[in-house]
Ligand binder design. Structure first.
Ligand SMILES: Cc1ncc(COP(=O)(O)O)c(C=O)c1O
Length: 364
């Protein structure tokens, strides 16, 4: 990505996601099909428009802390993982600092770091290695000027998982240079009962971010958070006074209800992802024009088109087949594209059918 003057910075990816990704068969989203308000046992008398939420709304703070298994003072509520990432980076980066970010990654992590004046360097996650995070590669790329190392777990765009063992190796690397580690865990809950605790538990070098938006289909609540040590958490709350100050209180109340019903919401998500994963893997097994990693878990997959252009494929898909996937150029890997598996199962089935027809047509 080109570095632009701060006042004219923007995200090409977000522009496309908001204005170009919609389609009748949308396989471009990384989140779950929306969870409907009618499914939540909401009583109107439990809602309220305004109540004190000064540096946290206490019941929500406690519920998030209980979910994450941390002290409430380590949680900083934020408007989605988006603002959680921005807040965390704003508190950890000074202009000119070197920030080491995985490649490929979620584009906003790069553009926010650049917006804050960081010198962004990258470490590679390789397709040939299943996009696993290779701590040796991080060790090669880190320098004594590195202030922050940034990764996603599960990985966006590939759903690759990074184990505690690897994260502990990263902690050693970060310690040597006095860097912190920012782990965006927005997709980690897609491991459901197999998910490890947040990397926050692995040491004070770790700052983690997440939200209820993606895995639970609760995007509209914008319920996100940062986990940080109490001293940093305090700074983040104060820094947030420069950004959004307070969240919408009605959304805080609804988030609390969602957290109280999270097992049920998770069960629906798990069943949906399980079904769609089987459909995706059986689609892959019929294609010799794609290189792919069979989907094990997560909400996204990142195949590589063996021949021909992905942009041409995406244009044909959109125009003739009313279907969208995310072109790999938004993840700096233009020969790949990203398929989301969180849509309803009929959309998954029909969208892949159409993708197959478009692939056949591109090949001809
Ligand atoms: C890795 C990653 N982090 C954060 C976000 C934004 O999440 P939220 O909707 O919670 O702001 C996304 C959205 O796609 C993402 O992929």
């Amino acid at each position: 990505m080109m570095e632009a003057a701060r006042r004219v910075m923007s995200s090409e990816y977000m522009l496309w996601a908001r204005t170009g990704s919609q389609a009748r068969f949308n396989l471009a989203s990384s989140g779950l099909e929306n969870y409907e308000l009618a499914e939540l046992p909401v009583k109107i008398e439990e809602l309220e428009l305004s109540r004190p939420s000064f540096y946290s709304y206490e019941p929500l703070q406690k519920a998030l802390a209980a979910k994450c298994g941390v002290q409430p003072r380590c949680v900083v509520a934020a408007t989605g993982t988006s603002m959680a990432n921005h807040l965390a980076m704003a508190a950890l980066i000074e202009p000119g600092d070197e920030v080491l970010i995985e490649h490929p990654t979620y584009e906003l992590l790069i553009s926010v770091a650049q917006y804050l004046g960081a010198k962004v360097k990258r470490f590679a996650r390789k397709f040939e290695e299943g996009f696993r995070l290779d701590a040796d590669e991080v060790a090669r790329c880190v320098s004594e000027r590195t202030r922050l190392i940034v990764l996603t777990n599960l990985h966006n765009p590939t759903s690759a998982f990074t184990s505690d063992e690897t994260l502990l190796r990263l902690r050693e690397i970060a310690r040597e240079t006095g860097a912190r580690l920012l782990v965006d865990e927005v997709y980690l809950d897609a491991l459901f009962e197999n998910q490890p605790r947040s990397a926050f538990h692995l040491g004070e070098e770790f700052v983690t971010t997440s939200s209820l938006t993606k895995v639970y289909g609760l995007g509209g609540l914008r319920c996100g958070w940062v986990l940080a040590d109490p001293e940093l958490a305090e700074r983040l709350w104060r820094l947030n006074d420069l950004f959004g100050v307070n969240p919408a209180h009605a959304a805080e109340r609804l988030s609390l209800m969602a957290l109280a019903n999270l097992n049920k919401i998770a069960a629906r998500a798990r069943a949906l992802l399980e079904r769609n994963k089987l459909i995706l893997n059986s689609f892959y097994s019929t294609r010799d024009d794609l290189d792919y990693i069979p989907q094990k878990f997560g909400t996204v997959s990142f195949p590589r088109l063996k021949h021909g252009g992905v942009d041409k494929l995406c244009a044909l898909l959109a125009e003739k087949y009313e279907t969208s996937v995310v072109p790999g150029r938004f993840f700096e890997m233009p020969e790949h594209f990203r398929i989301g598996t969180g849509c309803d199962t009929e959309t998954m089935r029909e969208g892949l059918e159409r993708l197959g027809s478009a692939l056949d047509e591109v090949r001809r």
